[in-house]
Write a protein that binds this ligand. Structure first.
Ligand SMILES: Cc1cc2nc3c(=O)[nH]c(=O)nc-3n(C[C@H](O)[C@H](O)[C@H](O)COP(=O)(O)OP(=O)(O)OC[C@H]3O[C@@H](n4cnc5c(N)ncnc54)[C@H](O)[C@@H]3O)c2cc1C
Length: 287
C-alpha cells in the first residue's frame, strides 16, 4: 500500500481544503473495506490518504421533524442496531444487515458503501426507494442531491474533486408507507449481490397504491429506478397479476452484464422473480 501523505482532518472544512489541494491524487478513507483492498493490490494509487475518522460528528444518526439524518461515517453495524429506523425506513436498516459479515459491517460505513458507487452496493436500492437525499460538502459550501442522481457510472459519482459526502437525509414520508429489499447472491449475505431489488409502496386507507418505487441493484451501470413499473402500480390495488406485470417491466428495463457470478439472462430472470416477492413484502409492510 503506497501513499505519500496521511491526513486526519478534524473538521469538514479542513478536509475539503485538503481535497482541493490534491485533487484526484487524494482519496478519502472511511472504513477502508473497499479502498484498502484496492490500495494493497495497487489497483489504485494515491498521493494523499485523507482519513475521515477524526470527525465523530459524521457518525451520528439523528431524528428531526423533517426526517432521519445519517452521518456518512455511520458504521453499517450501528445502523443495524439503531432503534431510529421505523416504518418504511426499516428497509435501510435491513439492507445494511445484508452487507457481508459482522466483521465487515463493524468497520464499513454507509458513506463508503455509497461513494464506492458499486452497482451492487446493498444499502443503495433501499435508500433510493426511501427518496434519500445525499448531503455533499465542498470548498464552495454544502449542496444536496437526490441519491438516485448521485451515481454516474460504475465507481463514478457526481462528487467534484473538492467534495465529500457528509450525510444522508431520509425524508419523513408519512403513514401508509412500506418498503422491502431482497438480495440474491450465491453465498448469501457474505457475497456480492447478483441482483438486489428494493420497493416502497404508499397505500391509501382503502389499499390503493398512491406512490411506488421500484429500484434495482447490480443489473445496470448504476442502481436504477424502474419508472414503467412504478407507473403501472400507482392508482391500483396490488394483486398477484399486477405484481407479476410490474416485475416483468423491471426485468425488461434492466441492462445487466454477464460476469463470473451470473449471466445477463439469469440476472433478468432473477429481477422478475425477486421483484414480485419484494412488492408483496413492501405491500404487507405498508399495512
Ligand atoms: C469481504 C468483503 C465483503 C463485502 N461484501 C459486501 C456486500 O455483501 N455488499 C456490499 O454492498 N458491499 C460489500 N463489500 C464492500 C464494502 O464493504 C462496502 O462497500 C463498504 O460499505 C464500504 O465502506 P467503507 O467505509 O469501508 O469505505 P472505504 O473503503 O473507506 O471507501 C470506499 C470508497 O468511498 C470513498 N468514500 C468513503 N467515504 C466517503 C465520503 N464520506 N465522501 C466521499 N467519498 C467517500 C472512498 O474514498 C473510497 O473510494 C464487501 C467488502 C469486503 C472486503
Amino acid at each position: 500500500m503506497k501513499f505519500d501523505w496521511y491526513y486526519e482532518p478534524t473538521s469538514v472544512n479542513e478536509c475539503v481544503e485538503i481535497l482541493k489541494e490534491y485533487g484526484s491524487e487524494a482519496k478519502l478513507l472511511a472504513g477502508g473495506t473497499d479502498l484498502v483492498v484496492r490500495l494493497r493490490s495497487r489497483a489504485q494509487k494515491v498521493k494523499a490518504l485523507v482519513s475521515l475518522n477524526a470527525m465523530p460528528e459524521l457518525s451520528r444518526i439523528q431524528k428531526t421533524e423533517d426526517g432521519l439524518h445519517i452521518g456518512a461515517m455511520t458504521k453499517l453495524m450501528d445502523i443495524t442496531k439503531s432503534e431510529m429506523f421505523t416504518g418504511s425506513w426499516m428497509v435501510v436498516k435491513k439492507s445494511a444487515g445484508n452487507v457481508s459479515s459482522m466483521q465487515v459491517r463493524n468497520v464499513a460505513t454507509i458513506g463508503g458503501n455509497t461513494c464506492n458507487a458499486s452497482p451492487s452496493a446493498d444499502t443503495v436500492p433501499g435508500m433510493i426507494a426511501s427518496d434519500a437525499i445525499v448531503r455533499i460538502a465542498g470548498t464552495e459550501g454544502e449542496r444536496a442531491l437526490p441519491l438516485e442522481q448521485f451515481f454516474t457510472g460504475p465507481g463514478k459519482t457526481a462528487l467534484k474533486k473538492d467534495e465529500m459526502v457528509v450525510g444522508f437525509k431520509l425524508p419523513d414520508l408519512g403513514p401508509g408507507n412500506g418498503a422491502a429489499y431482497k438480495k440474491y447472491a450465491i453465498r448469501g449475505d457474505s457475497d456480492i449481490a447478483i441482483v438486489g431489488v428494493a420497493a416502497r409502496l404508499k397505500l391509501s386507507q382503502d389499499g390503493i397504491i398512491e406512490d411506488a418505487r421500484v429500484v434495482l441493484g447490480a443489473v445496470a451501470p448504476t442502481p436504477i429506478r424502474v419508472p414503467s413499473a412504478e407507473q403501472m402500480l400507482i392508482g391500483q390495488v396490488l394483486t398477484d397479476e399486477l405484481a407479476a406485470k410490474a416485475a416483468q417491466a423491471a426485468s425488461d428495463f434492466c441492462t445487466p452484464i454477464t460476469d463470473a457470478r451470473a449471466t445477463k439472462e439469469y440476472r433478468k430472470e432473477m429481477v422478475r422473480v425477486w421483484t414480485q416477492y419484494v412488492l408483496k413484502e413492501a405491500h404487507s409492510n405498508a399495512q
